[in-house]
Design a protein around this ligand. Structure first.
Ligand SMILES: Cc1cc2nc3c(=O)[nH]c(=O)nc-3n(C[C@H](O)[C@H](O)[C@H](O)COP(=O)(O)OP(=O)(O)OC[C@H]3O[C@@H](n4cnc5c(N)ncnc54)[C@H](O)[C@@H]3O)c2cc1C
Length: 408
């Protein structure tokens, strides 16, 4: 990313993407004093709703959780023009203006905020996915007691749906290509600690199995065997929905848009927030979106930057949460890699949960916290200062010592 340079405050802003990050951008722009013309475009025909309940409350919540109500953001009052059910197909600069092409004509603005989220990776058309309200409705209709659901991928969504389906009396098989659940998200060691949750919930978890094909309900594995279910759910990850930006903004191989701390891209007048962005953070390097908290918080920084306000000196650490198989899990900050020099993981095992602290040198850089809400609060507080805290690692390993007391 190039260094941020001053820019004129725009008078017309188009926010593209009708989800959490898009709605939060409308609210932050107005909340921070933007009085110009604000246009909102979203591909889904419905107003913004919350995605996390789609998996966690798949069976208990039949109506989406509308964000307008949950966050008290009235998009009709915030935006001058709202175009739901309209898809952006391209973006280009024409003189001093930015032109957004959509499937129903063009929109002109001085600044554009890309908030188009992500799309599920779908290697097998016969398997269903769970990404939006329509997917949830479709899956809900198929999840009935006595049926067998086969879930490909023991990541966040696979684990969450497995728990819900098993709790509703379905037979559940989870197929995971890695050697542990959540290995991509947490690493093998912490991921392995969640294996027992599957057995306790009555879910069959098979690791080190690679799916090669899905035909109808038949899932073929790389050893030639098959697993047959009534429903097959593919939960193998997402990719940023950024194809429409291709000619206007450089995209990374992952599909993300690299941004400054405030969501500013390398192209003048274009910001990116939420799942689409790989945002530079104060202490944790570039962090990809893909998590609810980024979509909630990024827009405040983008709006401040766009309107020429100073950015805060501190910011909350990146955070992902999940409710799965009867457990609450939080990942806060940055998790160290196995091959990272000077990196260590320190386990604090309490009676009802555990915390794995991630340490680089002696600095706390992140943590995985399971079923310990007080510890979540403590880690959040420690990681949002102007610098990262240093720990006495012997004290930090003792779960009876409050984390704060283990800092140097
Ligand atoms: C089932 C599920 C459970 C989840 N659970 C958790 C969780 O427990 N914890 C957590 O941290 N995160 C969770 N997430 C992720 C979290 O919901 C997302 O990170 C968050 O919704 C991202 O918000 P966003 O606004 O960037 O993108 P989205 O919510 O994806 O919204 C983007 C919107 O833009 C629209 N759009 C896409 N392309 C275009 C286009 N070309 N033109 C116009 N509009 C377009 C899309 O249709 C969509 O409505 C979950 C996600 C899912 C799907």
């Amino acid at each position: 990313m190039t260094a941020a340079v001053p820019h004129p405050v725009p008078s017309r802003v188009a926010v593209v993407g009708g989800g959490l990050a898009g709605l939060r951008t409308l609210a932050e722009l107005r909340g921070q004093g933007f009085s110009g013309q604000l246009t909102w475009v979203g591909a889904e025909p419905t107003p913004a709703y919350d995605r996390p309940p789609l998996s966690k409350e798949l069976l208990s919540r039949v109506e989406p959780l509308w964000l307008a109500e949950d966050l008290d953001h009235n998009h009709a009052a915030l935006a001058d023009a709202v175009h739901l059910g309209r898809t952006a197909t391209g973006l280009r600069r024409v003189g001093s203006e930015l032109v957004v092409s959509t499937d129903a004509g063009e929109l002109v603005a001085d600044a554009v905020v890309a908030a188009t989220g992500s799309v599920p990776v779908r290697p097998w058309p016969d398997a269903v996915a769970l990404h939006d309200a329509a997917d949830a409705e479709h899956l809900r209709a198929q999840v009935r007691p006595g049926r067998h659901v086969v879930i490909i991928g023991a990541g966040w969504i696979g684990a969450e749906v497995a728990g819900v389906a098993a709790g509703a009396g379905l037979r559940v098989t989870v197929l995971e290509a890695g050697s542990a659940p959540l290995w991509r998200q947490l690493g093998d060691v912490a991921g392995e600690r969640t294996r027992e949750w599957y057995a306790t919930a009555g879910v069959e978890l098979r690791t080190d199995v690679v799916v090669t094909d899905v035909t109808g309900g038949e899932v073929r594995l790389d050893d030639g065997s098959t697993v047959t279910g009534d429903v097959v759910l593919s939960a193998v990850g997402v990719r940023p929905a950024t194809a429409w930006l291709d000619s206007a903004v450089p995209l990374l191989a992952s599909g993300h848009v690299a941004t400054s701390r405030s969501g500013r891209t390398d192209t003048a007048g274009i910001w990116a927030v939420g799942d689409v962005a790989l945002r530079s953070t104060l202490h944790f390097g570039p962090v990809p979106g893909g998590h609810w908290f980024a979509a909630l918080r990024d827009p405040a920084l983008a709006a401040a930057d766009m309107l020429g306000h100073p950015l805060p000196l501190t910011e909350a650490a990146p955070e992902v949460f999940s409710d799965q198989l009867g457990h609450h899990l939080e990942v806060i900050g940055r998790l160290v890699r196995d091959d990272e020099p000077g990196a260590q993981r320190v386990l604090r095992r309490a009676e009802h949960g555990w915390t794995e602290l991630h340490v680089s040198g002696q600095a706390l850089v992140g943590a995985v916290v399971v079923d310990l809400p007080r510890e979540v609060a403590a880690v959040r507080k420690l990681l949002r200062g102007e610098s990262l805290p240093r720990l006495d690692l012997t004290l930090a390993a003792d779960p009876a010592t409050p984390l704060r007391a283990a800092t140097l």
